[in-house]
Design a protein around this ligand. Sequence first.
Ligand SMILES: [Cu+2]
Length: 497
Amino acid sequence: MINRRNLLVGSAAGALTVGAAAWIGKQPGKTNAATLTGRPRLRYPPLLDASSNRNFGLSAQYGMHDFGSGIGSSTAGFDQPYLGPTVLFKPGETHAQISNALKEDITVHWHGLIVPGDQDGGPHQPISPGGKWSVNLEVDQPPATLWYHSHSHRRTAVQVYHGLAGMMILTDGLDKERGLPNSYGTDDLALVFQDRRFGSDGKLSYDLGMMDLMHGFTGEVATVNGQIDAVATVPRGVARLRLLNGSNARIYELFIDDGRPMHLIATDGGYIPEPIELDSLTLSPGERAEVLIDFSDGNPITIYSRDDPNQGPAGMMGRVRGLYDTLFASSFPILSIPVDDRIPARVTKIPDALDGNSIAQERESGRTRSLTLNMGMRRMMRSGQSELPFFAINNNAYEIDKLNFSVPIGSTERWIIRSEMLSHPFHVHGTRFQVVSENGSDPRPEYAGWKDTVLVSGSVELKMSFDKPARPDKPFMFHCHILEHEDNGMMGQFSVG
Ligand SMILES: [Cu+2]
């Protein structure tokens, strides 16, 4: 059953909030290995290796998935009941064939892959029920952890929530030379963090209320790779964690219970020049980070997150829920990782340097664009007195037939993004960017590398180049990655040519 251990704090249900907070406490201590016995082993998505044959297929299907409570939920996935395989591929050309066995349109967007608009898999490339989409991905970017997910017009949130997502690893085969762990599922762990809500029947629930729409849909239960309460094991050495926030809306502020650091080695766009030691790491929806953790002392750890700043006292709901959040806003455990001495350790040292590219752009930026992520309540004439939420960018709610602007190919631009009411993770298709500043200061260390998604809490300044073409009928998207915001209008589109 779902027990207190996996309940997140700050959920909609007050009683659960109190219970979980009482169990979790505000100061996580050290993980006790004895408490981990009997918990399920974490499973990793199957590795779909397309690196040599340069060809892979994914089939969207309905499924029945047990997150670990013993009760099956209706879900969807690629080639399996929930989520999809981890696609391993190399720079160059790779052919992908997607088939859709669902009863509704889906798309497959390659989040972080810098490819032309007609390969991007956005809302203009629906795959109808029973249909197929065949695409040649032309990839010429550095190695990175990416992901794929449905990006259906107004249906992204519900489809991703039910499982239409998976990880991608773009590799150049040189990680051994870099001194990095690269044994998938042993010392190189693919971790998809998602919070989920379960009804009183124990089944997955996506009952979108007004407040869920405003804040984005969050759940009270932490899952990793679609599992509740699972335990990963690592060798007594250095392990690499590929972290993907595949949640619809939850922002994680991750830290390790015994205070040991995480060594950041890669951001959305791949390796940074040298590891950065972090005590905590913010990961908003859509973002990825690769970290190394040193387990050579043999002690188990638990990865925790602080509560979502958008849901707690700092968020809008804080003013309404007030007291509960102030008293109980806290942390919750996501994943415990004990050491298994039987697994041989290959890497025992954090490398001093990586060969990541500096993010300083050589090219001078031309045009500056200012984009404000708008949200609020609007009185609807037709519904009488009731107010309904609205979402937009620069006061334009997304319209699939309307191009917001065109960018000349080969140009470099400065984008100033501002957020309203909440923190919003901002994602741009078809490019990668440098975070020049956050609220006028140097960006947080997590933004030291190339990014395609950035959390905007106030304002950020980004610099990006546009080298991939996108026709007006297959444009690139820019949007909030809180999926309920995206689906309801906090999105725009542009062509490059
Ligand atoms: Cu948003």
